[in-house]
Design a protein around this ligand. Structure first.
Ligand code: MEV
Length: 332
């Protein structure tokens, strides 16, 4: 069996979604693939050599140059794989050994939803191997459990978009997840750039939680404004008003910056994009480094892409893609 699930960009509302406010998220044309084959024994064997990482990080501290790698990100993606197998076994009441092979078309741990895509594709592939066809609702719910149990705290946003695909407005109350598919009124020419990740999504979610505990009124106000920005953005997206979407992306980035989840490098990319004619730009996902998105008019996309490449080598254009999780027999 091979299952795949798409990565995503959060257009509006990350972090606020953890506190019940709505977010708007879109699947992208880059996927995670998980091949699963049952084994005779009880073991779980994982071959994740192809989980691409964003590579080597060079930093200067106390005048010394330090070189580290992103290997740890691959290891943390493997944590999601293991948990996905464990929770799927528990849910189905069946446990069998499995060999898993994982391939990624996107950088791991950059804020593009790779951990959710890994979890969702693993749940789909493993359950199919065991002879079960889970509904998308079941896959998304199990995926959310995986994220909560690995990260400690997570919204159902990333696992919902990896499962259903498209463009979704998402929010949740307790255990109830609300998902509204949006029909965007125009093409969205988006450029994704990413810089080295200084902190994980979990770190950044915990940071916002501690800031909120310390300054509840201020932080709740910021989160509420992010929620309102998302609702304004919904109208602009449905109406295909690119200029208005851009303005709202800039507002959303400013609010995320106020929460302390941006970084110097992310701000550099976000502001360079605006100088190169982007209608709007913002970090996307957990922040603390990682991915950002810039929206432009179609005839400016080459200039925007080339200028962004001057500040980071990791730049790609993306299309919003409408297919969520997919399962195929290897012989298909
Ligand atoms: C991470 O892609 C998005 C966050 O809102 C966390 C979450 O929703 O679980 C930062």
């Amino acid at each position: 069996m091979v299952a795949s699930a798409p990565g995503k960009v959060t257009l509006f509302g990350e972090h606020a979604v953890v506190y019940g406010y709505p977010a708007i998220v879109a699947s992208i044309d880059k996927r995670i693939y998980v091949n699963a084959e049952l084994r005779e024994d009880e073991k779980i064997r994982i071959n994740a050599q192809d989980l691409r990482t964003s590579g080597v990080i060079v930093s200067i501290s106390n005048g010394e140059i330090q070189i580290t790698t992103d290997y740890g990100r691959t290891l943390s993606a493997i944590g999601y794989l293991n948990k996905a197998i464990e929770l799927t076994s528990e849910y189905l009441g069946v446990r069998k050994g499995v060999s898993l092979e994982v391939r990624s078309e996107m950088p791991v741990g950059a804020g593009l939803g790779t951990s959710a895509a890994v979890s969702v594709a693993t749940i789909a592939a493993y359950s199919a191997c065991l002879g079960y066809e889970l509904s998308k609702d079941e896959i998304a719910r199990l995926g959310w459990e995986v994220e909560k149990s690995v990260q400690g705290i997570a919204s159902p946003m990333d696992t919902s978009i990896a499962t259903f695909g498209g463009v979704l407005k998402i929010w949740f109350e307790g255990n109830t997840i609300y998902r509204v598919p949006l029909h965007v009124g125009s093409e969205l020419p988006l450029v994704v750039s990413y810089v080295e990740r200084e902190k994980s999504t979990r770190d950044m979610v915990m940071w916002v939680k501690s800031l909120r505990d310390k300054h509840p009124e201020l932080v709740n106000g910021i989160l509420e404004h992010i929620g309102r920005t998302t609702l304004e953005a919904e109208k602009a997206l449905v109406g295909g008003d690119l200029r208005e979407i851009g303005v709202l992306m800039n507002i959303n980035h400013g609010l995320l910056e106020a929460l302390g989840v941006s970084s110097r490098r992310l701000n550099e990319v976000v502001h360079t994009a605006r100088m190169a004619g982007a209608l709007g730009s913002k970090l996307t996902g957990g922040g603390g480094g990682g991915a950002s998105i810039a929206l432009t008019l179609p005839d400016n996309i080459d200039i925007l892409t080339n200028v962004l490449k001057l500040v980071t080598p990791h730049v790609f254009r993306t299309n919003i893609q409408y297919e969520g999780v997919r399962v195929n027999h290897l012989s298909d």
